[in-house]
Design a protein around this ligand. Structure first.
Ligand code: NAD
Length: 498
C-alpha cells in the first residue's frame, strides 16, 4: 500500500537529506522508484524518498558486513554504553521525534509524545542492561567442563509496519545490537521517515558506522533483501499474508526469522468485572492510534447480564472522544494513515451493516475544521455481532469495535479461540481463580488480566497461531538475535577404543 493516490499539495516539510542511511551517512540513488510520505491530516506531501536499487542493497550489505566485524568483537559493556546514550538522545529529542511521527502517521501528538519514541528509548535502555549483564554458563562435568556463550547471528534485516514506525525500529534494533549483530532496517513505505532519525541518533551515540543502516524499499526491493544470502535473520512486523511470503523466502535458505503479525483478539468481560475499567480497556484496545494496533481487542465479549450497562457507558465515553488536528495536543483521535486504509475501514463498516450487525455509534467520516482532506473516521461500535460475520473474523485495523454477548465461561473460551489469530487476549473479572483458569485456556501469546494493550519492555510480546513466530522484548528477544555456542573443555587425556 502506498499513499500516492490523493495528491493535493506538497510542502516537503519533513524531507530527509537522503533516502537511505548507510555506513553512517545519508545515501541517495534517485533511480529507485519514488516513495511519497503524506501527512494523513492534510494529504500534503511531506517527503519524497526512493526505493533501494540493487546498488543501494549492495552498499547496505557491505556496510553492515564491515559494521558487524567491529561490533561483534566490541565488549558488551561498550555496546551497553552506546545503547544507553542512544536512549538518552531519544528522550532529549522526544518532541521533535514525536512531531515527525505525527506528521508521518497522523497519530495525535498527545499519543506520540508518550508512546512512540518514548517506548523506543525504553527498549534501548533495557537492552543496554541486558547487553552488560548477560553471561554464558560454566557446566561442571566432573573433571572436564563445558561452557556456553552467546554469539550474534550476523546481519539482521528488520521489516517495519506503518503503525509504530520508530518504536518498531527500536524494538528490533535494541536486542539485535545488544547481542552484537548489525542491522539493516527497512521501514514501511507508508511511514518511512523516523527510522532515519534513529540511525542519526545511533551514530551520535557512538555506534560504529554500518552497524545500523536504514534502507527504503518497495515490496520487490524488500523481497530482494530477504533473499540476500548475507542476511542471517529476518524480523518482520506486518500482516499475515506478508508473513507467509517472507517466511517462505527466508526458510528456503534456513534463515532465522521472527514474525510479528496481525490479530483479532478477544476481550472477555465477565459479570463481576469493574465495568468502568472494562469500558476503558475496550476503548484503549480499539481506538488508540485510531485502532491501528496489531494487538487490539477487536472482539469484545460482554456477559449478557451487564451488556446494557456496559454499552451505555461505552457510548457516553466514545461519543466524547476529541477528533481533530493531530498536532493539537487536545486531540485524542487522529486520521487513518492512508487513503487505502481509510477505504478498507469504510468498506468493513458497510460490510458490518450489510451482514446485519447494529451500528451502535460512529461509522461516519467526521469533518474537521481546516482539514477537509483528512482521513478521519469516527470511533465505531457494532453490537449484535455474530461470530461468523466478516467484521468479527477479519483484521480491520481501524477504530471499529465489535461487541458480542455470551453467557457461559466454556462457551466464550471456545468462541474466543475460534480464529486463525492468536496475538493477544484479556479477561476482566474480580475472581482471580476464574481469571487464571480462563487465561490458561486462551490461545494467545500476550494476555492481560484486568487491563489491555500494556506492553512494558520487560514483558515478551508476540503471538500464537497465525499471529507470528518468536517474541519481541524481554529476555526472550535476546534469544531471537543470538545463537548459543557450547564449548567442551577436556582436562584429561583423549581416550580411543582403537
Ligand atoms: P504489511 O504486511 O503490508 O507490510 C509490513 C512490511 O513488510 C512493510 O515494510 C512492507 O514493505 C514489507 N513487505 C511487504 N511485502 C513484502 C515482501 N514480499 N517481502 C518483504 N517485505 C515485504 O503490513 P502493514 O500494512 O505495514 O502493517 C499492518 C499489519 O501489521 C497488520 O496486519 C498488523 O496487525 C501488523 N502488525 C503487527 C504487529 C505485531 O507486533 N504483531 C505490530 C504492528 C503491526
Amino acid at each position: 500500500m502506498t499513499k500516492t493516490d490523493t495528491l493535493t499539495n506538497e510542502t516537503l516539510r519533513a524531507q530527509p537529506s537522503g533516502s537511505h542511511f548507510i555506513g553512517g551517512t545519508y545515501v541517495e540513488d534517485t533511480t529507485g522508484e519514488e516513495i511519497l510520505s503524506l501527512y494523513p491530516a492534510t494529504q500534503e506531501v511531506i517527503a519524497r524518498v526512493h526505493s533501494a536499487t540493487p546498488s543501494i542493497v549492495d552498499k547496505a550489505v557491505s556496510a553492515a558486513r564491515a559494521g558487524f566485524a567491529i561490533w561483534r568483537s566490541t565488549a558488551p559493556s561498550e555496546r551497553s554504553r552506546v545503547l544507553r546514550k542512544a536512549a538518552d538522545l531519544m528522550r532529549e529529542r522526544n518532541r521533535e521525534l514525536s512531531e515527525l511521527e505525527t506528521l508521518d502517521t497522523g497519530k495525535p501528538l498527545q499519543e506520540t509524545l508518550v508512546a512512540d519514541a518514548a517506548s523506543g528509548a525504553e527498549a534501548l535502555e533495557y537492552f543496554a542492561s541486558v547487553a552488560a549483564t548477560t553471561n554464558g554458563e560454566h557446566i561442571d562435568l566432573g573433571g572436564s567442563y563445558a561452557m556456553t556463550k552467546r554469539e550474534p547471528l550476523g546481519i539482521c534485516l528488520g521489516l517495519g509496519a506503518w503503525n509504530y514506525p520508530i518504536q518498531i525500529a527500536a524494538w528490533k534494533a535494541a536486542p539485535a545490537l545488544a547481542a552484537g549483530n548489525a542491522m539493516i532496517f527497512k521501514p514501511s513505505e507508508v511511514t518511512c521517515l523516523s527510522a532515519l532519525k534513529l540511525a542519526e541518533i545511533f551514530r551520535e551515540a557512538g555506534l560504529p558506522d554500518g552497524v545500523f543502516n536504514v534502507v527504503q524499499a518497495n515490496r520487490d526491493a524488500a523481497a530482494t533483501l530477504v533473499a540476500h544470502p548475507e542476511i542471517a535473520k529476518v524480523s518482520l512486523t506486518g500482516s499475515v499474508p506478508t508473513g507467509k511470503k517472507v517466511a517462505e523466502k527466508a526458510s528456503s535458505q534456513l534463515k532465522h526469522m521472527s514474525l510479528e503479525l496481525g490479530g483479532k483478539s478477544p476481550i472477555i468481560v465477565f459479570e463481576d468485572s469493574d465495568i468502568d475499567n472494562a469500558v476503558a480497556a475496550a476503548m484503549n484496545g480499539n481506538f488508540y492510534s485510531t485502532g491501528q494496533i496489531c494487538s487490539n481487542g477487536t472482539r469484545v465479549f460482554v456477559h449478557s447480564s451487564i451488556k446494557a450497562e456496559f454499552l451505555k457507558r461505552l457510548k457516553e465515553r466514545t461519543e466524547k472522544i476529541i477528533i481533530g488536528d493531530p498536532m493539537n495536543e487536545d486531540t485524542q483521535l487522529g486520521p487513518l494513515v492512508s487513503k487505502p486504509q481509510l477505504d478498507k475501514v469504510m468498506d468493513y463498516i458497510s460490510v458490518g451493516q450489510s451482514e446485519g450487525a447494529v451500528l451502535f455509534t460512529g461509522g461516519n467520516r467526521p469533518q474537521v475544521d481546516g482539514l477537509g482532506e483528512g482521513l478521519f473516521v469516527a470511533p465505531t461500535v457494532f453490537t449484535e455481532v455474530k461470530d461468523d460475520m466478516r467484521i468479527a473474523c477479519e483484521e480491520i485495523f481501524g477504530p471499529v469495535m465489535c461487541v458480542l454477548d455470551f453467557d457461559g465461561e466454556a462457551d466464550v473460551i471456545r468462541r474466543a479461540n475460534d480464529t486463525e489469530f492468536g496475538l493477544a487476549a484479556a479477561v476482566f473479572t474480580k475472581d482471580i481463580q476464574r481469571a487464571y483458569r480462563v487465561i490458561d485456556q486462551l490461545e494467545a501469546g500476550t494476555c492481560w488480566i484486568n487491563n489491555y494493550n500494556l506492553t512494558p519492555v520487560e514483558m515478551p510480546f508476540g503471538g500464537f497461531k497465525n499471529s507470528g513466530i518468536g517474541r519481541e522484548n524481554g529476555q526472550w528477544a535476546l534469544d531471537q538475535y543470538s545463537q548459543v555456542k557450547s564449548i567442551y573443555v577436556e582436562m584429561g587425556d583423549v581416550e580411543a577404543g582403537w
